[in-house]
Design a protein around this ligand. Structure first.
Ligand SMILES: [Fe+2]
Ligand SMILES: [Fe+2]
Length: 310
């Protein structure tokens, strides 16, 4: 990104509009194409599910872990997109009577996130149709969004940037190169990734604009808000790791003893922390962007908080 010519921001918003139009896709026509999920293929790749680290399991059981995690992966995006959409619509009002390129870019961003939520609801229903009963994802997107939106805009935008950057790494480094995945699952995250590439540009523009309005004291509080948000994400991951390990034990077709069950919960949590926290927090572009906004002690404060999650 360093080598890009710096256009005035309105041109960067206009570029995002152009890219949004060029990549526009339809859930049925382009993604699902009349296909269904089946249980013969992996859903989430090993690079994200860390299935190879579930050493007590057979090959078929590792595939089941990748399917359970893949289902949760779709549900987690549907969850976070609720607050992302609301925040983008909220900050978009700053442009109602101003830069109409910025307004259109943010409206398109919100529209795409609404489409993603619809896609992920669809995916959940399709997976529920082929997987055994008993899966649970008991997190209310509106409740989570209400709590997240109670934090400072700076913190929500940093969390959003973090999410939209790890989406890109997940697709390019793990999903795209894995030849053993369900073709449908792969396509869902191909089309999702296409939109997220534009969203990251808008996240950075809006974060920079918002950051410039903050006092040092505001920003310092916002750093604490971001740390609190990551802690809240981790709370959800802990709950879901327990639920998914229990679902695995209930449907794998053999008895899972309590020691193995504890180990499985820890493995699910390790994979979820990698997917939703560390793969974003260690992303070089995320680190660079955040470092440019805050002081070294503030950056270290975030690092210290993240280290407690290992
Ligand atoms: Fe999305
Ligand atoms: Fe997005």
């Amino acid at each position: 990104m360093d080598t890009l010519v710096q256009f005035p921001d309105t041109e960067r918003y206009a570029h995002c509009i152009k890219a949004s139009k060029a990549t526009h896709w339809d859930i049925d026509r382009d993604v699902i194409k009349g296909r269904a999920f089946d249980l013969s293929r992996k859903y989430l790749p090993d690079g994200l599910s860390l299935a190879h680290e579930f050493t007590s399991l057979s090959g078929a059981e590792k595939r089941l872990v990748s399917q359970i995690q893949g289902r949760t992966y779709a549900n987690v995006f549907g969850l976070v997109e609720r607050f992302i959409t609301a925040k983008l619509l909220e900050i978009g009002r700053d442009y109602w009577l101003g830069d109409q390129n910025a307004l259109e870019a943010l409206v398109r961003f919100s529209d795409e996130e609404l489409k993603h939520q619809a896609l992920f609801r669809r995916i959940e229903a399709m997976m529920a149709g082929v997987m055994p009963a008993g899966y649970r994802f008991d997190v209310d997107p509106d409740g989570v969004a209400r709590a997240v939106l109670g934090k400072s805009t700076w913190a929500v935008l940093v969390l959003t940037l973090h999410i939209e950057l790890f989406v890109q790494n997940h697709y390019r480094q793990s999903i795209e190169p894995d030849g053993e995945l369900s073709a449908l699952f792969k396509d869902v995250f191909l089309f999702h990734w296409k939109d997220e590439c534009q969203h990251v540009v808008l996240d950075e523009l809006e974060l920079k604009r918002h950051d410039a309005m903050l006092s040092s004291a505001d920003r310092d509080r916002a750093v604490d808000d971001f740390i609190a948000l990551v802690g809240a994400v981790d709370g959800i991951l802990q709950m879901q790791a327990g639920a998914d390990a229990a679902y695995f034990a209930a449907i794998c077709g053999r008895t899972v003893g309590s020691a193995e069950a504890d180990g499985l919960t820890k493995q699910f949590l390790k994979a979820y922390r990698w997917q939703y926290i560390f793969s974003g927090a260690t992303h070089p572009r995320f680190q660079k962007t955040v470092k440019n906004l805050i002081t070294e002690p503030q950056f270290e404060r975030i690092g210290t908080a993240l280290a407690t999650l290992n």
